[in-house]
Design a binder for this molecule. Structure first.
Ligand SMILES: Cc1cc2nc3c(=O)[nH]c(=O)nc-3n(C[C@H](O)[C@H](O)[C@H](O)COP(=O)(O)OP(=O)(O)OC[C@H]3O[C@@H](n4cnc5c(N)ncnc54)[C@H](O)[C@@H]3O)c2cc1C
Ligand SMILES: NC(=O)c1ccc[n+]([C@@H]2O[C@H](COP(=O)([O-])OP(=O)(O)OC[C@H]3O[C@@H](n4cnc5c(N)ncnc54)[C@H](O)[C@@H]3O)[C@@H](O)[C@H]2O)c1
Length: 471
């Protein structure tokens, strides 16, 4: 939209990663920026979804580490010298820490925005025209803000089924669990997508009896199937009940607990139920249709690779676009939108190199091409190496997990990878660097790794993919 100019004004609707990262870039490029948010800067990512769930999981992991320490020859004793066999999680204290960390992060981001001159408005906004946002402030005041550029980054909300209405006490969305005063006796988790699987294992680790209602043959249907099989096996071995091919028809309170009725008529009883059956974009009743912003059938805002919508001057980023529901992708879309709108150098969004992580134990980290796409392409070769033979894994007591890599047969260009391991989220970065920069498996294999280290298996897998002449 022309040269970088100090006079461009930008209004951003929604202060999650899509919105606040865009605001920082726009301010840096000299625009006058306003961010409107109704729930708090940081958005659902910081306040209710990503950050709280990862903090809870970190706590559960810590507990798991104590419990498995005896395998390495160390244990806790009480004052009488007896072996302490039980760890106790105090959910109230855990939740207070989770929420205060989230609030602190929201405050940090708000302060950062204000430091660079971004105006933060607390209220609910709607698009009145391509260049106007009307805000109803939390104090009830109505304000119309004009802008050269509007970014829509309103995120998404837990999907609610009419037959399973959350009450915030026993029938819960993932955003309501941090109000629980005590560890639930028997938690039913409905939905084995990433949200359901992560939280089911977190509560299992905190000492809850967990039943996971999974609609498919295997948990985590969207993930690498070898990885999902490892995770489902770990779930069952640690005592979780996983009901495969089971769909919830309804959830209701009965007596002191809850009953989930499955579509085949079976009933599952518990003390609480957590419903994790996906999310819907926050795109209704905010003036989009009236202004002509194109929505998909699912209600997501249609965008191109530089985050433009169908209306000139109106951009969109994050979960409201349905591209990839990841904080990292939302942030990248937001930054890209501002670079494009304000005339800076812009790199269109490249989805072939997105890395993501499922924070189960072990974690599943992925980047680039998936196993399913690799299997469909005869030019692609795959290798999978278990971690159990890695010396560092043995020292750390890591029994399960693997590294999988995909590369072009002829050139050896690395296309993607999967790592299943504790802290796989950290281990995937070298693979992501290689994929993003189109390195060859030979380049990866000839890079020194530390001995002993889990990354040794990444280099070893790359070595196995060395292209042979004549193939
Ligand atoms: C349980 C869970 C765990 C997750 N964990 C991870 C993870 O580990 N890693 C990862 O990358 N991703 C994770 N995600 C996904 C990640 O949270 C989302 O992709 C991310 O929040 C998207 O950011 P966003 O900016 O699009 O929107 P959001 O973070 O949803 O923020 C949108 C903001 O807009 C505000 N808003 C909406 N409508 C209006 C309006 N009309 N006026 C004013 N304000 C409005 C909302 O109140 C909200 O504050 C997780 C998701 C869930 C559900
Ligand atoms: N670690 C992370 O990065 C992270 C964590 C959580 C969520 N997310 C993002 O959020 C997105 C949404 O994840 P999600 O898990 O909330 O939703 P999802 O849509 O991926 O999964 C919901 C699951 O619920 C199942 N389901 C739907 N109706 C059901 C019913 N009646 N009974 C039983 N099962 C039912 C679906 O088949 C699906 O498997 C993901 O794509 C992911 O990108 C990311």
């Amino acid at each position: 939209m022309g040269d970088v100019t100090r006079t461009s004004s930008v209004v951003i609707l929604g202060g999650g990663p899509g919105g606040y990262e865009a605001a920082l870039v726009a301010a840096h490029l000299g625009a006058s920026v306003t961010v409107v948010d109704r729930d708090g800067i940081g958005g659902a990512a910081v306040l209710t979804d990503c950050v709280p769930s990862k903090t809870l999981i970190a706590t559960a992991d810590y507990l798991g580490g104590i419990e498995t320490a005896s395998e390495l020859g160390v244990h806790l004793e009480d004052h009488e010298g007896d072996v302490a066999t039980e760890t106790v999680a105090e959910l109230d204290a855990i939740n207070r820490r989770v929420l205060s960390l989230a609030a602190a992060q929201s405050a940090d981001i708000t302060a950062r925005l204000q430091e660079v001159g971004v105006r933060v408005v607390s209220g609910t906004g709607r698009l009145a025209s391509p260049s106007e946002v009307v805000v109803e402030g939390t104090d009830g005041a109505i304000e119309t803000i004009s802008a050269d550029v509007v970014l829509l980054s309103t995120g998404a909300t837990p999907r609610v089924l009419p037959s399973a209405q959350p009450d915030g006490e026993r029938i819960l969305t993932w955003q309501q669990v941090y109000e629980l005063p005590e560890i639930p006796d028997k938690l039913i988790v409905v939905g084995s997508g990433v949200t359901g699987a992560e939280l089911a294992q977190a509560y299992l680790g905190l000492g809850t009896d967990v039943t996971l209602i999974s609609s498919r043959d295997l948990v985590l249907p969207g993930e690498d199937q070898d990885a999902a099989a490892v995770i489902e096996d770990v779930f069952r071995r640690r005592g979780m009940t996983v009901l495969n091919r089971s769909r919830m028809a309804s959830a209701e309170r009965r007596g002191d607990g809850v009953v989930v009725t499955l579509e085949d008529g079976r009933e599952v009883e518990g003390s609480h139920v957590l419903i994790a059956v996906g999310a819907v974009p926050n795109t209704r009743d905010i003036g989009l249709e009236e202004v002509g912003v194109e929505l998909s059938e699912s209600g997501h805002i249609v965008t191109d690779r530089v985050s433009r919508t169908s209306v000139r001057g109106v951009y969109a980023a994050g979960d409201c676009t349905g591209v990839f529901a990841l904080a990292s992708v939302a942030a990248m879309q937001g930054r890209t939108a501002m670079a494009h709108a304000l005339g800076d150098a812009v790199t269109p969004l490249r989805l072939s190199a997105v890395s993501a992580n499922v924070f189960t134990d072990p974690e599943i980290a992925t980047v680039g091409m998936s196993a399913a796409d690799a299997a469909d392409n005869s030019d692609v070769e795959a290798v999978m190496m278990p971690l159990s033979r890695n010396p560092r894994a043995k020292m750390l007591g890591i029994a399960e997990g693997f590294v999988k890599l995909f590369a072009y047969r002829g050139t050896g260009t690395l296309l993607g990878g999967v790592v299943v391991a504790p802290r796989a989220s950290e281990l995937i970065f070298p693979v992501a660097l290689a994929v993003a920069n189109r390195l060859s498996v030979d380049q990866v294999a000839s890079t020194f790794t530390v001995y002993p280290s889990l990354t040794g298996t990444i280099a070893e897998a790359a070595r196995r993919l060395h292209p042979l002449h004549g193939e």
